[in-house]
Design a protein around this ligand. Structure first.
Ligand code: ASC
Length: 153
């Protein structure tokens, strides 16, 4: 009887931890702004590397379908990541204060980038170089739009 009670209390403690503590931990993604800034810069840097490789092909380097598709898949996936590094209180780095003071516009820019990279991924997987060039241009515009308004010059 007592044994059963102990087990049941333990289970309750585990359930309480899972329902209360875990969500708090996952919300507090970054303990320090420095970590958030490092994270978002890293995601943007790697994204830029792979986007640049597609750019080289767009500008005339030999077209390899699998390589471009792989780069575009990486870009599309990475474009979902930087935003969690721009959470409340994580001002600084190359980000202008407008990221936080004009959060709706920043969010719509972030959405735009994810839409254009998703389209670039579709184009790259189709193997249609003309479509890739178009989608690359639209993605570049999305990068630039955000940099114009939200990144330090
Ligand atoms: C890149 C890169 C950017 C964008 C931007 C497009 O390759 O690093 O930040 O493209 O220059 O306008």
């Amino acid at each position: 009887m007592e044994f059963t009670l102990k087990i049941s209390l333990k289970l309750k403690a585990v359930a309480l931890f899972a329902t209360v503590t875990l969500p708090i931990l996952s919300q507090a993604q970054f303990a320090k702004s420095e970590d958030a800034i490092k994270y978002r810069k890293a995601a943007l840097t790697v994204m830029s590397t792979h986007f640049g490789r597609i750019g080289a092909v767009v500008k005339g380097a030999p077209y390899n379908k699998d390589a471009v598709a792989s780069d575009a898949n990486i870009v599309a996936m990475l474009s979902t990541l930087p935003w969690q590094g721009f959470g409340p209180g994580h001002e600084g780095g190359n980000a202008l204060p407008e990221v936080w003071s004009n959060a709706d516009k920043f969010k719509s820019n972030a959405d735009k980038l994810q839409e254009t990279t998703a389209a670039l991924k579709v184009a790259a997987n189709s193997g249609d170089l003309e479509a890739i060039k178009k989608a690359f241009g639209a993605t570049g515009q999305a990068c630039k739009g955000c940099h114009d308004d939200f990144r330090k010059k």
